[in-house]
Design a binder for this molecule. Structure first.
Ligand SMILES: [Zn+2]
Length: 283
């Protein structure tokens, strides 16, 4: 156990995660032939530099590729420090960082004051390798790695990283351990089916964006909770249930459930109305 996190843990053959104390974030490392792929880049230059130092303790392989699981700062504001590595991300992740990255920075500095300096120092550097809803197949050296878009959920740009020969999937914040799912930019009605498609990938080890590594049983339980939350959101939106009663029945803490209700009531899921924009922030 080092001072800043739990060290590298091998979650599948030559696939590792580092659980950082800062935000309880997981970063992934997939060792291929002659290179290593990094999954998520942390919140800014000092955190990303620490990640690269940790990576050097794990392997001497160069990092020529990285992936951002989505556009939240803790998963991508360290990008610039990993250059010249190619960085993969969903096309809407790229658009989000370009158009709203600065707004997210300001919101994050207020929400996470202990990281304000780090966030202020970050150069927002969107992925340069764009992935559409059809996903992408990468090679890390000769090793196959799949980037999959399973649908909207935690955001509209969540990519999952599947390492088929290791039985590992990096779920980003579509799955959360140790903290409830975060709904600030979420699509609560679609999220349960998205997690279902993630579980259909049939990887026995699921690395959440935050918290401990889990199995598919945990994923199924989280999908059921998300489905219960979606049902409450739909009932409130249809005028069949008072919001206060939905909050009382919610499987998640009140502030999280309130955000889920707000997202659905605000029409976030309606494609024509696009995203709710009340300044919510989630990591
Ligand atoms: Zn997030």
């Amino acid at each position: 156990m080092s001072g800043h996190g739990g060290g590298w843990q091998e979650v599948g053959e030559r696939v590792f995660r580092f659980r950082y104390r800062s935000l309880d974030l997981n970063v992934g490392a997939v060792l291929g032939d002659g290179e290593v792929l990094v999954v998520d880049t942390r919140s800014g230059p000092a955190e990303a530099a620490e990640l690269l130092a940790d990576l050097r303790a794990l392997t001497r392989l160069p990092c020529r590729q990285a992936v951002n699981t989505h556009a939240h700062f803790d998963h991508c504001f360290g990008n610039a420090t990993l250059r010249p590595a190619a960085i993969w991300g969903h096309e809407r992740c790229i658009g989000e960082l370009r158009t709203r990255g600065e707004r997210q920075r300001r919101a994050a500095m207020r929400a996470v004051p202990e990281l304000a300096g780090e966030l202020a120092a970050a150069r927002i550097d969107p992925p340069d390798r764009s992935v559409g809803d059809a996903g992408a197949s990468l090679r890390v050296g000769g090793r196959p790695v799949e980037l999959r878009f399973c649908g909207r959920g935690h955001t509209d740009n969540d990519l999952v990283v599947l390492v088929p020969d290791a039985g590992v999937v990096f779920a980003g914040d579509l799955v959360e351990e140790g903290a409830p799912p975060s709904f600030g930019d979420a699509f609560p009605l679609e999220w349960p089916a998205t997690v279902g498609r993630l579980l259909d990938l049939a990887a026995p080890a699921v690395v959440p964006g935050h918290g401990d590594v889990v199995g598919r049983d945990f994923g199924r339980r989280q999908r059921e909770e998300l489905a219960a939350m979606a049902g409450l959101c739909a009932a409130v939106a249809a005028g069949e249930l008072p919001a206060a009663e939905a909050l009382r029945r919610a499987p998640f803490p009140q502030d999280h459930a309130r955000e889920a209700l707000r997202r659905v009531a605000g029409g976030a899921e309606h494609p024509a109305r696009g995203r709710g924009d009340e300044g919510g922030l989630s990591s």
